[in-house]
Design a protein around this ligand. Structure first.
Ligand SMILES: *[C@@H]1O[C@H](CO)[C@@H](O)[C@H](O)[C@H]1NC(C)=O
Ligand SMILES: *[C@@H]1O[C@H](CO)[C@@H](O)[C@H](O)[C@H]1NC(C)=O
Ligand SMILES: *[C@@H]1O[C@H](CO)[C@@H](O)[C@H](O)[C@H]1NC(C)=O
Ligand SMILES: *[C@@H]1O[C@H](CO)[C@@H](O)[C@H](O)[C@H]1NC(C)=O
Ligand SMILES: *[C@@H]1O[C@H](CO)[C@@H](O)[C@H](O)[C@H]1NC(C)=O
Length: 468
């Protein structure tokens, strides 16, 4: 259906003044670790985003809700199996244990994600008891930091540090792959960072530098891929363009880049915005400035539900051929409007509808309403994104939907380590939108989770929408 035009994109690119660097190993296969990602559907993505965005702003950084994309891994000797929810917005791996009050409840709530039993692993080691995550909604997980062997995507990591929730109220296992400086033990206890999963892959020599590429693929595809230590040039169109990560400090802890221009169809919605936006794979929706979000709603026919903080759109807009574009100084990513039309089932299992009977879908953009501006999965499915944590850079290119071929190149070390990437010329520095400090960010108070799920249904009955 959608074939991205390389010509249209290339016309916007500056001259390739830095040339193209390709690294292909001649002494054996590239040192990369590739993993398939699977997507899970969640009933109302916005509710968990709301928890998460508040966490991101205060840098408390863990998510107690389902994140969309997961990978398989095993931990311990003999191996115990896990399904880990991938999260670029946090930095600790943590798992539950079967003896916790949550996981020992009837119905085995932690079975899908897996549980860790330290005493059943001969390679387990205790680190400390300083693992303590607390969530905005009042829940949390407390337990030990431990080390054990972990196998993921065919790679074996020796004695990786992670958290074990002996007391926990979240059944998911989370694989945070952000900056080590954003680890719980650093932001909460002021301890030194430890090598989290991608850092450990690099220090153990499985990959050459702490960098990975994320390919979420399109909305109608259930799988994507993460490639640690490499890029797959078949998964994107045109060139990767490289941007500096934006931060108020010399050591960034989050993936903010500078958004300069936004268009919808032929209409320019923002130019020279120089707005810091967070790339967050754990956020299902994207969150833009309020006035811009409202203009988009008006133009695409989305109806904003004030009480819920989300907009609904007739599902038939999913057939639209219109595009949005997001520019970041050099690189421009085209997001088809149909990628912003999310099917949503309520807790009743039914699809909501407008009062004229038309099916209602969730719209993939919401107003930031004072919180961080976020480009979440609704944007990231259209972009192939390389996270280079060693150089504090992000490289972007247009996703090639449903790539069938593969050409994996290794990311090496040094300042031009990402293969096939060119530096964006004169990248803009963010003028607004960066959080001031660890605790300075502020967003509206969070509704209790259960109440807000019920609230969506209530909003639908009282507003323009009604529940079938
Ligand atoms: C990509 O694959 C999905 C799932 O197989 C399919 O529904 C979709 O039409 C494909 N998209 C394109 C652009 O080929
Ligand atoms: C949207 O973008 C795609 C890919 O660049 C292009 O083929 C299509 O013509 C665009 N749609 C419109 C309405 O311009
Ligand atoms: C993870 O493992 C489960 C069960 O072992 C399997 O069904 C599933 O396909 C695997 N998923 C991925 C992403 O490899
Ligand atoms: C391991 O087993 C011992 C003895 O049964 C018990 O005291 C200890 O709490 C267990 N340790 C863990 C981490 O579960
Ligand atoms: C975990 O952190 C919370 C919030 O800071 C605190 O109230 C609680 O006492 C801590 N729990 C433990 C076991 O340290």
């Amino acid at each position: 259906m959608k074939v991205f035009s390389i010509c249209a994109l290339a016309a916007l690119l500056p001259p390739l003044s830095y040339g193209i660097t390709l690294h292909k190993r001649e002494d054996g296969p590239p040192k990369v670790v590739g993993l398939d990602l699977h997507r899970t559907r969640i009933p109302n993505p916005h509710i968990r985003d709301r928890v998460r965005r508040q966490k991101t702003t205060v840098k408390a950084s863990l998510d107690n809700m389902q994140t969309l994309y997961f990978v398989n891994a095993s931990i311990g000797t003999p191996p115990q199996q896990f399904r880990l929810h991938l999260d670029t917005g946090s930095s600790d791996l943590w798992v539950n244990t079967d003896s916790s009050p949550l996981c020992s409840q009837d119905g085995d709530p932690c079975a899908t994600s897996g549980v860790y039993s330290a005493n059943d692993s001969s390679t387990y080691d205790y680190v400390n008891s300083a693992f303590n995550i607390s969530y905005v909604d009042g829940s949390g997980a407390v337990g030990d930091y431990v080390t054990d062997d972990l196998t993921i995507g065919g790679a074996k990591l020796d004695q990786l540090q992670f958290g074990v929730g002996y007391e926990s109220t979240a059944s998911q296992s989370i694989l945070g792959i952000g900056y080590p400086g954003n680890e719980i033990q650093v932001i909460r206890n002021g301890q030194d960072p430890y090598d989290n999963l991608p850092a450990k892959m690099a220090s153990q020599g499985l990959i050459q530098s702490n960098a990975y590429s994320l390919y979420l693929n399109s909305l109608d595809s259930e799988t994507g891929q993460i490639l640690f230590g490499g890029v797959d040039t078949e998964q994107f169109e045109g060139d990767l363009q490289t941007l500096p990560i934006q931060s108020n400090s010399d050591d960034p802890t989050s993936f903010f880049i500078t958004l300069t221009d936004v268009t919808l169809g032929s209409r320019t919605l923002g130019s020279d915005m120089n707005l810091a936006v967070l790339l967050d794979s754990g956020s299902s929706l994207s969150y833009l400035p309020d006035t811009m979000a409202q203009e988009i709603f008006d133009r695409v026919g989305a109806v904003y539900q004030d009480g819920e903080g989300v907009a609904f759109i007739p599902c038939r807009v999913g057939e639209s051929q219109a595009n949005m574009t997001f520019s970041f100084s050099g690189p421009t990513i085209t997001v088809p409007v149909k990628e912003l039309v999310l099917d949503m089932l309520q807790i009743t299992g039914r699809r909501p509808s407008f009062s004229n009977g038309e099916s209602a879908c969730l719209f993939g953009i919401s107003p930031a309403s004072g919180g961080s501006h976020v480009l979440g999965d609704t944007f990231m499915r259209s972009a192939y994104i390389v996270y280079d944590l060693d150089n504090n850079e992000i490289s972007l290119a247009q996703t090639r939907v449903n790539a069938t071929r593969s050409n994996v190149l290794e990311i090496r070390t040094g300042s031009s380590a990402v293969p096939d990437a060119v530096k964006a010329s004169s990248p803009a520095t963010a003028a607004t939108g960066l959080p001031e400090g660890a605790a300075a960010g502020h967003v509206a108070p969070l509704l209790p989770l259960a109440a807000s799920i019920v609230g969506v249904a209530a909003g639908l009955t009282s507003g323009l929408l009604f529940v079938l």
